[in-house]
Design a binder for this molecule. Structure first.
Ligand code: KG4
Length: 339
């Protein structure tokens, strides 16, 4: 019998729904929320309201695009956390109600596991370019910077992680200091393509092991900029491409050095990248460069699977479905990993 999984993602500011048939993607529909742009960051209250407006049409569209009816669904997978509580509650409550009304099982998915397993999203039957276990995954987003050893879909070891800011957070904050728009990552990426990555030097952390730190870089960027602006009030306008390129170069270099260390120590040469920052051109180029230089086999998700999406939730849910790992109706959403 065919297995149809509906995935639902609503942990931050994207409302997304996807349908899989036997692990192959049939549809992936995402409604992003432009409402936050003028605030320079996600406003939780507005995010929850937008999810409420979007959830039904998005799920509807995902089912229509998949060419099935809701009665054909086998199970519903949903992000239970971590994320913004108000946003999660919309997706979690909807998933529970929908699953109950259809009389089918629910599968709770950890949002971060979804990102790490995005490499298993298959767009067609012939799409067989997936990593084998164990592989290493650099998870880089607005809230996380981790090196993870993935032993199985449900067995992940965090080898290292940021002790303060995440990589995406640092980029976004530096971009904000430069007066650029939100989110800063894609803007910095675009500007960096026209700049000199070695024009400016910023502080690099000296942290033991595989852990990261990005708050020193952020402060160094801020203080350097403040000094330069004293001499030239138009410094940012004159140098924004070089500033972006130097910032991106520093972040990517910090990320890659630790990852290289983890590859060397574990002997695992299958290396993946996931999360919003994996859309970054400099980071993607660095992955290709390291693959050539050190013989890594690399896995880089398509752009549509780097940021929050329901396809990654659906595929994680599919793996749990195969193990009959279902979720009871009373399991609540959780905002943080420690809950
Ligand atoms: O995984 P994600 O969508 O969700 C959160 O963790 O919030 O990641 C969002 C992060 C933001 O910091 C954003 O600026 C960053 O990913 N980002 C990028 C690029 N596209 C998104 N950073 C650098 N270059 C990009 N092209």
């Amino acid at each position: 019998m065919d297995v149809y999984i509906l995935g639902i993602e609503s942990s931050c500011d994207d409302t997304s729904a996807a349908v899989l048939k036997n692990g192959v993607l049939l549809s992936n529909v995402t409604a992003s929320q432009a409402v936050h742009e003028s605030y320079g960051g996600v406003v939780p209250e507005l995010a929850s309201r937008a999810h409420q407006q979007n959830i039904v049409p998005v799920v509807d569209q995902a089912i229509v695009q998949a060419g099935i009816t809701k009665e054909q669904l086998t199970a519903i997978a949903f992000t239970r956390g971590p994320g913004l509580m108000g946003s999660l509650l919309v997706g979690v409550s909807f998933a529970k109600g929908f699953a109950r009304s259809l009389g089918i099982p629910m599968i709770d998915v950890n949002h971060l596991h979804g990102h790490v397993l995005a490499h298993f999203i298959r767009e067609n039957e012939d799409d067989n370019n997936q990593p084998e276990y164990p592989y290493l995954c650099l998870l880089v987003s607005g809230g996380n910077s981790q090196i993870i050893k993935v032993n199985a879909y449900n067995d992940m070891e965090i080898l290292g992680q940021t002790i303060d800011d995440a990589a995406g957070e640092a980029i976004d904050k530096c971009s904000k200091v430069m007066g650029l728009g939100y989110p800063g990552g894609p803007i910095i990426d675009r500007l960096a393509r026209q700049g000199n990555p070695e024009a400016f030097k910023f502080a690099r952390p000296n942290i033991h092991g595989y852990d990261y730190s990005f708050s020193g870089l952020k402060t160094s960027f801020l203080y350097s900029l403040r000094d330069w602006l004293k001499d030239d009030p138009d410094f940012i306008e004159h140098h924004k491409e070089d500033l972006a390129a130097s910032l991106e170069f520093t972040v990517v270099d910090i990320l890659m050095r630790k990852l290289k260390m983890a590859v060397k120590d574990t002997g695992i040469k299958q290396v993946a990248v996931a999360g919003g920052v994996s859309a970054n051109t400099g980071l993607r180029n660095a992955f290709h460069d390291y693959a050539r230089r050190y013989g890594w086999e690399i896995f880089i998700p398509k752009f549509s699977y780097t940021t929050d999406n329901a396809a990654m939730i659906a595929i994680t849910g599919y793996f749990k479905y195969l193990d009959s790992d279902f979720c009871s109706i009373d399991k609540p959403a959780f905002a943080r990993m420690t809950e």
